[in-house]
Design a protein around this ligand. Structure first.
Ligand SMILES: [Zn+2]
Length: 255
């Protein structure tokens, strides 16, 4: 296992997921990975049905190219001592600016998404929007399965709401930009969105429950809205905010 990961980290960043996925695939189908065998990469390539088998010697791995972009972005789901990005907190102007559409979805955007994921995992979050790290772009990362290393996160670029349900539900929310403040917020039970993934592929998604709530919460961030703006119990909110060192002046209630 450890040797496999040395392979993974030695290669260029853009192939990292692909190779780590192969390693996962091997583990999933229960084949033994013999790290001393040069065949392990070849085996993995065959399993995921990629025809162009190329070099498998360590010295050549950097020259491996793949015909398809990987399906998603993967970073290790763990806490880092020094997360790559800094969170911005309630009261910071960065949280109040509407985010701009991303016109070119390239490696730079994917790098930002990976760094956002690392920052999010480091704070035990399940969602993070770019304005929360001071980046004025329509980019969101979500992962409701932070304990499951093989389930890829969701990356939403330029998301738009196609539809929301009539049913509204009330549930507690928190936000990495307002630590320790948890309050009830009303939101539509279901949402349907259109967005682009991290490779620019157009997608749609129908969500309900926690995922719908999380998407709507993060999409609010792209519009300069934070969940406390939607809290109806302003008295309780004022108490919670002051208890945690936030000013109530930073709230912009939505009427
Ligand atoms: Zn938030």
């Amino acid at each position: 296992m450890s040797v496999s990961f040395i392979y993974v980290f030695r290669i260029q960043e853009k192939y990292q997921y692909k190779l780590s996925q192969f390693v996962h695939v091997i583990y999933r189908v229960g084949l033994k990975v013999d790290s001393t065998s040069p065949n392990y990469l070849r085996l993995a390539l065959r399993i995921v049905n990629i025809k162009s088998l190329v070099p498998y010697k360590t010295s050549q791995i950097e020259r491996v190219t793949f015909p398809m972009p990987s399906d998603t972005i993967a970073v290790e789901k763990k806490k880092l001592k020094n997360p790559p990005l800094q969170l911005h907190y309630l009261g910071d102007r960065a949280l109040r600016q509407p985010a701009k559409r991303i016109t070119k979805i390239d490696e730079e955007v994917r790098k930002l998404a990976r760094q956002m994921l690392q920052t999010m995992y480091s704070s035990d979050g399940i969602g993070l929007a770019a304005p929360q790290v001071g980046v004025n772009k329509q980019l969101i990362v979500i992962d409701l399965e932070i304990d499951k290393p093989n389930i890829p996160p969701l990356v939403l670029i330029n998301p738009t709401i196609k539809q929301t349900s009539q049913e509204i539900c009330l549930a507690q929310e928190g936000c990495l930009s307002i630590p320790n403040v948890y309050m009830d917020v009303k939101r539509p039970e279901k949402v349907e969105i259109a967005y682009k993934d991290e490779y620019g592929r157009p997608k749609t998604l129908k969500a309900d429950g926690l995922l719908a709530r999380c998407i709507l919460h993060e999409m609010d961030h792209l519009n300069g809205v934070v969940f406390v703006d939607r809290v109806e119990n302003s008295l309780a909110l004022a108490q919670e905010l002051s208890k945690n060192g936030f000013s109530q002046q930073a709230v912009k209630p939505i009427v």
